[in-house]
Design a protein around this ligand. Structure first.
Ligand code: V47
Length: 369
């Protein structure tokens, strides 16, 4: 129960403020101080300063189409409500051969990106997954294909017995443009083994993104929070991303993902609050001084919190949904149902006092509103 009159932990942020104003890098200890502080508006103001220094009033969004070729997954991550076993009555699969027929029914005009998200189907070969990329690229050569997280790439190395480099080069030949940021969750093994012990390790995820960057491929990064993680594990997670970015410069964006507990094996946990969501965005902007963009993923955070996040460090709202989002919908995020149009996005951004800019996957401007 909320204790009325409990002290608010307004940690003294003056040292951090001075560093941020001098564009000095924040340390692990600074990150911990930020997480310990309840001064959400103070942290937000600092992050907003960085955001405006980098992007002025611009707030980006993209018009993309999400593809979920299957919800069958051999892993049983405790935070996931999307995956099902093979044979389950909710199981579906759209291999490449059926996918194009389904896409032909959809209005894809103006879509600049396919974002492909899927499970690890026990019967699918690497060729089946590669074929999804190849067929999309053949049929829609002007649309960027962002497909398969580091976790799937790791799975493909097991399926083929080949290296990460081989798998990525093979997918690139088929038309892969870049990797999404999923599967990172929390790198720290103590957390990872509790929430997703069969997934590749944090070290392996980072190695896969490093290899992609070395091949000249850009990728995204994420962090799933609001479950069993600790502040230490989140600061560690972000600093590991920052360290890789120092070496490669290959991350386009950082996306904090708020955990949705419904229908998961962690359903006893409460959903993070708006203040917590804003704090994660702001701390991400402050610690990740070398990643150009920070996304407020409206699908996990709700459109309302995402609007405020545009003044708490975020400069990007991800994209429209031509089809329903499935992962967060399965975990209780009913606000994601129904399409979010470009016009609604632009209006949402304007209401938040920012200038809407439609972008492509690489943040090239498609249209400024
Ligand atoms: O890795 C799964 C997360 C991720 C839940 O790169 C959940 O542009 C909350 O990575 N509650 C997949 N989150 C989505 C993802 C993503 C999203 C938007 C843009 C990009 C990009 C990537 O979704 C998973 C996991 O961290 N997730 N279940 C859940 N119940």
């Amino acid at each position: 129960m909320l204790e009325i009159g409990a002290p608010v932990r307004k940690t003294d942020l003056s040292e951090i403020r001075e560093k941020v104003h001098a564009s000095e890098r924040l340390s692990f200890e600074d990150g911990m101080k930020l997480f310990e502080s309840n001064d959400v508006t103070g942290i937000g103001r600092l992050a907003n300063g960085v955001r405006e220094r980098l992007h002025g009033d611009r707030a980006y969004f993209s018009h993309k189409y999400r593809i979920y070729p299957t919800n069958v997954c051999k892993f049983r991550c405790r935070f996931c409500a999307f995956r099902v076993n093979k044979g389950d009555e909710r199981a579906y699969e759209y291999p490449a051969s059926e996918m194009l027929g389904e896409l032909a029914k959809v209005d894809l005009r103006g879509v600049s990106e396919f974002h492909v998200v899927g499970g690890l189907h026990p019967d699918w070969s690497f060729e089946d997954y590669r074929d999804v990329v190849a067929k999309l690229h053949e049929a829609y050569p002007d649309v960027h294909v962002k497909a398969w997280t580091g976790v799937e790439i790791d799975h493909f190395t097991t399926l083929t017995g080949k290296s990460v480099r081989y798998v990525l080069e093979s997918l690139r030949e088929a038309g892969l443009g870049s990797l999404p940021g999923g599967g990172a969750e929390i790198f720290d093994w103590e957390v990872r083994r509790t929430i997703c012990r069969t997934k590749c390790t944090g070290e392996r995820w980072l190695e896969i993104h490093q290899t992609a960057h070395e091949l000249g491929m850009k990728t995204n990064s994420t962090m799933l929070y609001g479950h069993v993680e600790t502040p230490e594990s989140k600061v560690d997670h972000m600093l590991r991303l920052r360290e890789l970015q120092d070496r490669t410069g290959g991350f386009r964006t950082f996306i904090p993902l708020a955990f949705h507990p419904d229908n998961t094996r962690l359903k006893h946990l409460p959903r993070s609050t708006g203040a917590e969501d804003l704090k994660h965005i702001a701390i991400g902007r402050l610690l990740l001084d070398n990643i150009p963009h920070v996304m407020a993923y409206w699908v996990t955070e709700t459109p309302e919190v995402a609007q405020v996040a545009l003044s708490f460090g975020a400069d990007d709202l991800d994209g429209t949904l031509v089809v329903d989002e499935e992962i967060i919908d399965a975990a209780g995020g009913s606000h994601v149902r129904g399409a979010m149009t470009k016009e609604r996005f632009a209006e949402m951004i304007r209401e938040a006092g920012r200038e809407p800019v439609e972008r492509d996957t690489d943040f090239n401007v498609i249209q400024a509103y």
